[in-house]
Design a binder for this molecule. Structure first.
Ligand SMILES: Cc1cc2nc3c(=O)[nH]c(=O)nc-3n(C[C@H](O)[C@H](O)[C@H](O)COP(=O)(O)O)c2cc1C
Length: 310
């Protein structure tokens, strides 16, 4: 079976690669990804200045997922520009930068510098990241999102890629879709962690993670219906304008198959990659290929978007 897929002109040898975050912060980790079956190398979200980890405990595994509060530890964008050069020298795998905003003027600097000084293939602009105190995360602030996208729209000569948080009301999804339609945005990643969640250990009568007053992002099975609804709604609103990269609760080939069936061009692996490490790419792809071949599919394009509706 031909597993090749394309995201806006960038060819991927298969539809599965890593999500920004787990194990993609250092050059050593990125080189592991280079040797794995991940079809692209997504780098850790980077800010202008390097950032430290939040205090422990900052990650907690739950029965149906995990809760984390890493606080975007990264080595600063200059390091990722350097890493991208080394990675591109050693293989043809697409390298993707992920940039985050901590101050209003950061995004234009980050996008422009990656454009001028690096050879990354694509940039994921993370609008679902921490931001200035007293303000919601950017993608929940529609006025600010509009302003930021207008500032970076012409700084990058390839399509801009947005990573979005979940929306819980159609009105908000529609507002964001309207903004996205105005700019040179060709694909979106749905969805980042569901913020503002709290877990309690009843035995210890205590919260389970320390940072940010113990509230933080929830992932995996708990959010599957939220993730599906967000992707479906964005697909309805933007199917003729953007591609969707799905990130969430991917554990097995079944998830990959369902996402591609529903419209995805590719999927990103987050938690499963940190749990199983680089072997997960090979396992999931092998199982996916076996199943799709059994159904006589010969390419990803034959499966993509073929979801039957009632
Ligand atoms: C430990 C950890 C660190 C993360 N760091 C980032 C990050 O730096 N940038 C980002 O956009 N998302 C980050 N995420 C979110 C993931 O990219 C992904 O959106 C989320 O984990 C859902 O995918 P999953 O269910 O496969 O884990 C992080 C997630 C985890 C678990």
């Amino acid at each position: 079976m031909n597993l090749e897929t394309t995201i806006w002109g960038v060819k991927l040898e298969n539809p599965v690669f890593n999500a920004s975050g787990p194990d993609c912060t250092t050059l050593e980790e990125l080189e592991w990804l280079q040797k794995s079956s991940s079809s692209a190398i997504m780098m850790k979200s980077c800010s202008i200045e390097p950032r430290e980890w939040n205090p422990e405990p900052r990650y907690f595994e739950l029965e149906l997922g995990s809760i984390n509060s890493m606080w975007l530890p990264n080595l600063g964008y200059k390091k990722y520009i350097e890493f991208s050069k080394t990675l591109k020298q050693n293989s043809k795998k697409p390298v993707i930068a992920s940039v985050v905003w901590l101050h209003r003027e950061d995004f234009p600097i980050l996008v422009k510098t990656f454009q001028e000084d690096s050879i990354v293939d694509l940039i994921e602009v993370n609008l679902s990241c921490p931001n200035v105190a007293g303000k919601p995360q950017i993608a929940y602030d529609f006025e600010m999102s509009d302003k930021i996208l207008s500032q970076i729209n012409n700084l990058w000569n390839k399509p801009i890629w947005l990573k979005l948080p979940p929306y819980f009301d159609f009105v908000h999804t529609e507002q964001m879709a309207k903004i996205i339609s105005k700019y040179n945005i060709s694909f979106i990643t749905c969805i980042n962690s569901v913020w503002n969640t709290l877990f309690i250990d009843p035995e210890k009568e205590q919260v389970v993670i320390k940072p940010k007053w113990w509230f933080w992002g929830l992932g995996w099975d708990y959010v599957k219906p939220i993730a599906l609804a967000n992707v479906r709604k964005f697909y309805e609103l933007l199917w003729d304008k953007v591609d969707i990269i799905w990130v969430w609760w991917i554990k097995t080939w079944i998830d990959v198959f369902e996402f591609i069936l529903a419209w995805a061009s590719a999927v990103q692996l987050g938690t499963i990659y940190s749990k199983e490490w680089k072997d997960c790419f090979e396992r999931i792809l092998k199982e996916f290929e076996e199943y799709a071949s059994k159904k006589w599919y010969k390419s990803i394009e034959e499966i993509r978007g073929k979801l039957k509706v009632l």
